[in-house]
Ligand binder design. Structure first.
Ligand SMILES: [Zn+2]
Length: 244
């Protein structure tokens, strides 16, 4: 491994060289490569993750360009995963990049999540997050939830058997959600939430303790809060009064 490349991150006591080996030997799945997803994918690749699988069936549109830094004007009309794969390989050719031109649903979620050790949520709808939540619990794989709206957003680590899951606090299990173009979202909120999520991902990959608190961030006020979300015994996905 080319350690020089990662000197600045392994100089951080929380990471150190042994942590870089853990990152290098990891595989992650990024579901959705829009604003948060493409930012998270870029950071994982720059940090030297071993393998990344990106999943999206959208094409690049001009309304994406204000916040989706992976894409340029010349990419309009092209498949996001194709452009993202090519860009990610240019950033770090040591990383194995797999592109899936698919939309994650309850039918393919387990297959997709099986590609990685950890899943990063770059989706924009409740149904996809619900499918990631259920499949990750069944496969006992951790994932990181993100959502951004307007000037604020959320991130949360979900580690089956350790932390609460998305359904524990009544998060809707189904629904399309409202697109960013309609509800509005500012680029700086997208980047800030992506950074929080990637930090949670690093902690999971490095085997550090992670509480699974819901992190709320508003870049406008500005404000950051962590809200403890206890496991819910009655949760329909991970509740202990059932399967577990
Ligand atoms: Zn739960």
């Amino acid at each position: 491994m080319d350690f020089d490349r990662y000197l600045s991150q392994v100089a951080v006591p929380e990471v150190f060289p042994s942590g870089q080996k853990a990152i290098k030997s990891s595989s992650v799945v990024v579901v959705g490569v829009g604003g948060t997803g493409s930012t998270m994918a870029e950071m994982m690749v720059r940090m030297g993750v071993g393998r990344i699988t990106i999943v999206d069936d959208d094409i690049v549109e001009s309304s994406n360009l204000n916040r989706q830094a992976m894409y340029r004007e010349s990419d309009i009309g092209l498949k996001k995963v194709d452009v993202a794969k090519s860009e990610l390989l240019k950033i770090n050719s040591d990383v194995e990049v797999e592109a899936l031109d698919e939309r994650l649903t309850i039918y393919n979620a387990e297959d997709i999540i099986s590609y990685g050790k950890l899943t990063l949520d770059g989706t924009d709808n409740y149904s996809a997050r619900g499918a990631i939540n259920e499949s990750s619990f069944r496969l006992k794989k951790p994932w990181v939830f993100t959502a951004v709206e307007g000037t604020f957003g959320y991130a949360k680590a979900i580690i089956p058997g350790k932390t609460s899951c998305l359904s524990c606090f009544g998060y809707p299990q189904k629904g399309e959600g409202v697109s960013c173009t309609i509800q509005g979202v500012i680029p700086s909120a997208v980047r800030a939430v992506s950074s929080l999520a990637i930090t949670l991902a690093m902690k999971i990959l490095l085997g550090k303790e992670e509480s699974g608190d819901l992190i709320y961030l508003d870049v406008w006020k500005p404000m950051l809060e962590t809200l403890p979300i206890p496991r819910n015994d009655d949760c329909t996905v991970c509740g202990r009064k059932g399967a577990d």
